[in-house]
Design a protein around this ligand. Structure first.
Ligand code: ADP
Length: 340
């Protein structure tokens, strides 16, 4: 038991070290709660009286996400999504929750989920974001899969024009993040949300890090890596860069045209890991247009430096307003999959 004590202590020390590092990166000072209850209140802080939650939207990594309304600076009540930190969460989860909110405070872009406010003065703590009516892009696409053989107009949710706009929105969000010197590290349709106007925005900054940070150690809360979205150098060396986000964008393109299909259907996570590390990629569904095949292949270049930048992707898509066409014509497209 002495040994297990030493082991636990070492593990605890490592956790503390990492937490300290994150807090330093994001300027969080847990030892100074006065930051929140003095008169120098964080400009993002709003009292709980100004928030009503009225329904459950989904389960997040830290706690339930609710839909509701909040009275923001303007005094008007606005539809919002409220992320909560579940009661009894560990210090580590708390740090992760707060650092996600801190990261989001820096961002202000049409294609990035906007943080609107936080409410940290009483438990449970909230981070309050713009409301995205149609939820995540993967569920949105899955729900529209049965329309694939319908004749659709340009304004249909699944027209080529619309599918291309979803991809364009994600690329714009990525370009902004790269410009802000941020690497998302977990780009996937499940982490993009769709609003009432069908604008797609990148969310879930739980794994996002400043580009310079080299802390790949404890990757995400459940210790699970999004291997199916990860570039070979991210899998092999833990190297996350704007270029590895572009690889993930290639997988997002696959997800969009295949209406939320699960990448590498039929392979386990560890098989995917070996497969991709050996230099293989997902099979591109047949029947899609050559320029899209070209773009996807470029995103999946083995050499990170050969992949296009998000700005180049934007330029490319601008030339082809109907670049993405639906494709369910590949093995595994129709199969149910185990994960969200
Ligand atoms: P976490 O990142 O903590 O795992 P998510 O961001 O994935 O949590 O949120 C869980 C679910 O809650 C999402 O799949 C989505 O359905 C819903 N949700 C999250 N944020 C919003 C939002 N801003 N507007 C509407 N629904 C949201």
């Amino acid at each position: 038991s002495v040994i297990s004590f030493i082991f636990l202590k070492q593990r605890y020390d490592r956790k503390l070290k990492r937490s300290a590092k994150i807090m330093k990166t994001f300027g969080i000072d847990l030892s100074a709660p006065s930051q929140y209850n003095s008169n120098s209140l964080d400009k993002w802080e709003i009292p709980k009286d100004n928030v009503v939650v009225n329904r459950r939207l989904g389960e997040g990594a830290f706690g339930t996400v609710y839909g509701g309304e909040a009275r923001l600076g303007s005094g008007n009540w606005t539809a919002v999504a409220v992320k909560t930190l579940k009661a009894g969460a560990s210090t580590e989860d708390r740090v992760d929750f707060l650092s996600e909110a801190e990261a989001m405070k820096r961002f202000n872009h049409k294609n990035i989920i906007q943080l609107l406010a936080v409410s940290l003065q009483s438990e449970p703590i909230y981070s309050i974001m713009e409301f995205m009516l149609y939820g995540d892009l993967k569920t949105f696409l899955l729900a529209r899969r049965n329309m694939v053989n319908d004749k659709v107009s340009d304004d249909s949710d699944i027209s080529s024009r619309r599918l291309t706009m979803y991809a364009f929105d994600v690329a714009r969000g990525l370009a902004y993040l790269a410009d802000q010197k941020y690497v998302h590290r977990d780009l996937a349709c499940r982490n993009c949300l769709v609003n009432a106007q069908r604008v797609v925005k990148i969310g879930d900054f739980g794994m996002a890090r400043p580009t310079f940070e080299t802390d790949y150690y404890r990757f995400n809360r459940k210790g699970m890596l999004p291997v199916r979205w990860m570039a070979p150098e991210a899998l092999a060396l833990g190297r996350f860069t704007p270029a590895s986000d572009i690889w993930s964008f290639g997988v997002v393109l696959f997800e969009i045209i295949s209406f939320g299909s699960y990448p590498y259907q039929g392979l386990t996570n560890s098989q995917v890991l070996e497969f991709v590390k050996k230099g293989n990629t997902l099979e591109i569904p047949i029947g899609i247009k050559p320029p899209l095949v070209g773009l996807i292949n470029a995103c999946w270049s083995q050499e990170a430096s050969k992949r296009p930048t998000a700005l180049e992707v934007i330029d490319f898509i601008l030339n082809y307003p109907r670049l993405l066409t639906p494709s369910l014509d590949f093995p595994g497209a129709a199969v149910e999959f185990p994960e969200k």
